[in-house]
Design a protein around this ligand. Structure first.
Ligand SMILES: Cc1cc2nc3c(=O)[nH]c(=O)nc-3n(C[C@H](O)[C@H](O)[C@H](O)COP(=O)(O)OP(=O)(O)OC[C@H]3O[C@@H](n4cnc5c(N)ncnc54)[C@H](O)[C@@H]3O)c2cc1C
Length: 395
């Protein structure tokens, strides 16, 4: 047997699972089709401080580009809601260095890497047989396989598991100059600029990230991004320099996978739709599940039990216990936001300002676990009635 576990995909989820398995002294190999961990970038790198702590990540200062203390939200009609307090809530990291940091932690624990190597096929027949192409050619054998291969997961497909078709396409650029505080993230809603999702501006050390996410769009995501930068009544005036210093794009799922295990197989991260549907963030939640997957593999190896039932009990049931409900709350929020018209969103914003909802946002600020916020929000009768009325209107 070449390895105990082969992990397909060297993104955050694969790397965190690898760290967990290697730390238990097991032989694990991460196979990544790109020649470099962390590149190409397809992430803004905004992670909650609490989430980074949960993942046991003590990042070097050199990786952190800025610290976020609040958010400014714009409704489609330009109504503004600021939720800010002098508490460090999230970090914006240099994503490429972040992934390298994760890879180094896994490597120091003993994980091996095969870069510029694509997994072309997987066969399960009393053992896992992995066909590798590229820099490392040939067949690898292992007891278990983890599919950390992103939204188009082939590992899931080969194992007969469903992958989500509810995908947000996102693109972002770095620009040099935006009229924005260094500790505030901005979010812009509205179908014209970000159909079924939102646009954002994030401050980094010396630059700003400007991005747009869209689902079921009426044009290409880049058309939306250009329109946002050039024509949005608020954002276009704030973005002083429109010269693009870096561009990246990708997608994420806004639907959690129901089944994430098969015989000798586990699916983690974006491959399993472990993404927060209301924000698009997947690194913390996918990372939490990846660590559980790593521990489940170690247990399976100890007990020499690689059955679907064992993996379900020790991985799928566990990650659902840990983050399943919160991901469902995110999905419900996303469904609600998508079903409201721009005019209804404007009305909701007005109400939120009148009802000082920003105070709730500050108090219950954990975006990885939004259920406390939603519970408190729905105790506000005017907000509850408005949501009820809007959703009834749709019926
Ligand atoms: C524009 C954008 C901005 C985002 N911003 C944020 C943010 O601020 N915060 C946040 O938390 N999340 C953000 N996300 C989401 C976040 O990037 C993902 O949730 C996260 O990257 C998922 O990690 P992963 O390891 O599951 O998958 P990925 O990062 O997609 O990694 C999968 C890896 O598998 C490799 N791979 C695939 N198939 C094979 C194969 N057959 N053989 C070998 N290798 C293979 C790929 O090359 C890739 O490296 C953003 C996403 C986008 C698109």
């Amino acid at each position: 047997m070449d390895y105990d576990v082969v992990i397909v995909g060297g993104g955050p989820a694969g790397l965190l699972a690898a760290r967990e398995i290697a730390r238990a002294g097991r032989r694990v190999c991460v196979v990544e089709e790109h020649p470099e961990i962390g590149y190409p970038v397809k992430c803004s790198g905004l992670y909650s401080v609490s989430g980074l702590a949960v993942l046991d990540l003590k990042l070097d200062e050199s990786i952190i580009s800025s610290t976020i203390k609040g958010g400014r939200f714009y409704s489609p009609g330009g109504k503004e809601l600021l939720a800010y307090s002098d508490v460090e809530r999230a970090r914006v990291v240099e994503k490429k260095l972040f992934d390298k940091f994760l890879a180094k932690e896994a490597a120091r624990a003993g994980a091996e890497f095969m870069l510029k190597t694509k997994v072309a096929a997987v066969k399960i027949n009393g053992v896992v047989l992995v066909k590798a192409e590229g820099m490392h050619r040939g067949e690898l054998s292992s007891e278990l396989i983890i599919g950390a291969d992103g939204i188009r997961s082939n590992v899931a497909r080969w194992a007969g598991l469903k992958i989500s078709k509810k995908i947000v396409a996102a693109a972002q650029v770095e620009v040099d100059s935006v009229d924005l505080e260094k500790d505030i993230a901005e979010v812009y809603l509205g179908r014209n600029y970000a159909q079924n999702f939102y646009a954002w501006i994030l401050p980094k050390e010396n630059v700003y990230e400007v991005g747009v996410g869209v689902r079921e769009p009426k044009a290409g995501v880049m058309d939306y991004l250009h329109r946002f930068m050039e024509q949005h009544p608020v954002a276009s005036k704030k973005i002083k320099s429109k010269s693009i210093l870096e561009f990246n794009a990708g997608g994420f799922s806004v639907e959690v996978a129901r089944d994430t295990v098969a015989e000798r197989t586990l699916i983690v991260g974006d491959a399993a739709g472990q993404t927060k549907a209301s924000t698009g963030g997947g690194v913390i939640t996918g990372g939490i599940a990846a660590r559980i997957a790593g521990r489940a593999c170690v247990k399976a190896l100890e007990e020499e039990n690689f059955s679907k039932e064992f993996l379900k009990e020790n991985y799928e049931d566990e990650w659902k216990k840990e983050i399943g409900f919160e991901l469902e709350v995110h999905a419900a929020l996303r469904n609600m936001l998508d079903s409201l018209s721009d005019a209804q969103l404007d009305e909701l914003f007005d109400l939120a300002v009148q009802e000082k909802i920003s105070e709730l946002m500050i108090k219950y600020q954990d975006t990885d676990r939004p259920s406390h916020f939603v519970k408190e929000l729905l105790k506000n009768e005017r907000m509850l009635n408005a949501v009820q009325r809007f959703l009834d209107l749709k019926l």
